[in-house]
Design a protein around this ligand. Structure first.
Ligand code: N01
Length: 542
């Protein structure tokens, strides 16, 4: 009761200084006039792009839409050099934003939030860090990323390995030298397929340990098309961005509104070939409308990609191992690569199928599978993340009645709009589970949440409202809706991290919202316009 009447140390504590944390800080400080403290584990800004420094790391969104949009000047001034932004350049961009908008003065680096507790008598949050901070704030906002808790599989013997080993998601800041080394890469998701071709060029020998063969589409990466940017994008930026905001995936592209099954086989092939030639999101996002919901339509695209693999890889045995046949295209995160399949034509690269001969243990000298023992100087784990919930559970977050978030979400995350969870008043999640988040171009979804949360905080301040909490019925209905829209899609037909399937023991629940960023934005706007329907706004506390 001692805190009653005492103002909090900050209006808002934000966790994380990636895209989400930086944007939230700027918006609340500059436009809402609030006091904000950001805590960040790393020694610099960047979030995902601070940690994921592995060779070949770049974003799958084309660079001109992978950015903040709050400043017209920033949009006009910043020039990306590549069609897809590369990790060092995204990190420079985020550092530029931090400097240009003077954000660092409210960020405490090298500081991990260890716990956050809701104090019911005052409706404040009390936040503790590993640096000994203990502060109070009216609001707690997480900008901790969706894929930020690295997963190093629990393989017997890792401690005994005498070489070097790394996880792609916490790559060293110093250069890792592959020259003359025998390298193993475990995992063929986005991080694996980006790093494998680059490591293959540098290492003496590379062995790729593949559990699930993947569909991947050429990125057609290269330098940015300046003429396109100067003539089509920069003069029309607002229009381009609006299109992205109201699209399905957060990209300003038009989907083919025909069914893959209503056109002739020749027309279909022509469309797939055109998309393949353009590459990346233009193959994935601009394709027929029913690829993600109709298995027969999907089969046409899946088979098209399998045929491309057959054409690109010369050794028939390797082709067989690489062909994805156990899940439809798009049921796992679609991948975009540069020279991935070509890499298997190199003399110094071999593919090891661990679906049929699983890894038994890591030995002092390498890796032993059921069939063979291999020697390595270096192991790279491209084995992904405990996505969407893992980073939340690393902190002890407790809401009303001392309820821990880990306990509340023990059967899978439950949220209202992916923004709040019942029992945790005044806490917001930027791109939390139950929002489009990882199924979209992230900055589009991040900025939508930033603006929506900041508008609500302003509404509360203007109306002298002290606390806000999602209503139980609204949350139950939203969780049911998230499941209902996911159910008929291809996403339910693979063991993916979207479903938590990559982490032993994790509940199998589809975590992001598949209804599209435009529909979702509309829903959030309507809820706000209706006086924040489904949220309990309380003027009484504090
Ligand atoms: O991780 P993943 P990621 N033994 O989970 C395998 C984003 N991202 O870091 O498929 C052996 O996708 C696992 O096998 P399987 C993007 O959203 C974006 O690559 O589960 N293998 C799989 O092959 C992405 O989806 C970008 O059977 C094991 C791989 O490791 C997300 O981050 C770039 C294993 C993990 O793939 C995660 O991507 C990078 C085990 N015990 C990342 N456990 C861009 O925008 C897992 N695997 C470009």
């Amino acid at each position: 009761m001692a805190n009653l009447g005492k103002p909090p140390d900050f209006d808002v504590v934000v966790i994380g200084a990636g895209f989400a944390g930086l944007g939230m800080l700027r918006r609340l400080r500059e436009e809402n006039g609030m006091s904000v403290q950001v805590y960040e584990t790393g020694d610099g800004v960047g979030g995902t792009w601070y940690w994921n420094r592995y060779p070949g790391a770049r974003c799958d969104s084309e660079s001109y839409v992978y950015c903040f949009t709050f400043s017209k000047e920033l949009l006009q001034d910043w020039d990306w050099s590549g069609k897809y932004p590369e990790q060092p350049e995204i990190l420079s961009y985020l550092n530029h934003v931090a400097d240009r908008f003077d954000l660092r003065r409210n960020i405490q680096f090298n500081t991990r939030v260890t716990s956050a507790r809701f104090l019911e008598d005052t409706s404040l949050w009390e936040i503790e860090t590993d640096q000994g901070d203990r502060v109070t704030a009216q609001f707690l906002i997480t900008g901790i990323g969706c894929i930020s808790s690295g997963n190093v599989p629990d393989i017997k013997g890792l401690d005994s390995f005498q070489g070097e080993w790394y996880h792609t998601g916490s790559w060293p800041h110093e250069k890792v030298d592959f020259a003359g080394k025998r390298v193993a890469v475990i995992g063929t998701g986005s991080s694996g397929i980006q790093s494998i071709p680059v490591i293959a060029e540098q290492a003496e020998h590379l062995s790729v340990f593949q559990r699930t063969p993947q569909y991947t589409v050429p990125a057609r990466h290269g330098t940015v098309d300046r003429k396109f940017i100067e003539e089509k994008i920069k003069p029309n930026y607002e229009e381009v961005l609006e299109k992205a905001r109201w699209s399905v995936g957060g990209f300003p592209i038009d989907r083919d509104e025909r069914s893959a099954l209503e056109v002739t086989a020749e027309e279909r092939l022509e469309a797939y070939e055109a998309g393949w030639a353009e590459g990346g999101i233009r193959f994935l996002g601009a394709s027929f409308k029913d690829i993600s919901v109709d298995r027969r339509a999907n089969d046409t695209m899946s088979e098209f990609i399998r045929n491309k693999i057959r054409e690109m890889v010369s050794d028939p045995e390797t082709v067989e191992k690489l062909l994805p046949t156990d899940h439809p295209f798009g049921s796992k995160r679609p991948l975009i690569d540069t020279n991935y399949f070509d890499t298997y034509n190199r003399e110094n690269v071999e593919l090891i199928d661990i679906r049929h001969s699983p890894i038994q243990e890591i030995t002092p000298n390498g890796i032993r599978t059921e069939d063979e023992e291999y020697e390595f100087d270096m192991i790279v784990f491209a084995t992904g993340f405990d996505a969407m919930t893992g980073t939340y559970f690393k902190m002890d977050i407790r809401g009303r009645n001392d309820l821990s978030l880990k306990e509340k979400w023990s059967e899978g995350p439950k949220t209202y709009l992916g923004l709040q969870t019942v029992g945790f008043p005044n806490m917001f999640m930027i791109t939390g589970p139950g929002s489009p988040s990882v199924l979209s171009n992230m900055p589009v979804s991040i900025e939508q949440h930033i603006d929506w949360i900041a508008d609500l905080l302003q509404f509360m301040r203007d109306g002298d409202i002290k606390s806000v909490e999602a209503d139980e019925n609204a949350e139950t209905a939203w969780v049911a809706h998230v499941n209902e829209v996911a159910e008929p899609t291809m996403y339910m037909l693979a063991d993916s991290w979207y479903l938590g399937a990559n982490i032993p023991g994790k509940p199998r629940v589809f975590m992001p919202y598949v209804g599209g960023v435009g529909n979702y934005r509309k829903k959030c706007n309507e809820i706000a316009d209706n006086g924040y329907e489904g949220f309990i706004l309380d003027a009484g506390r504090r």
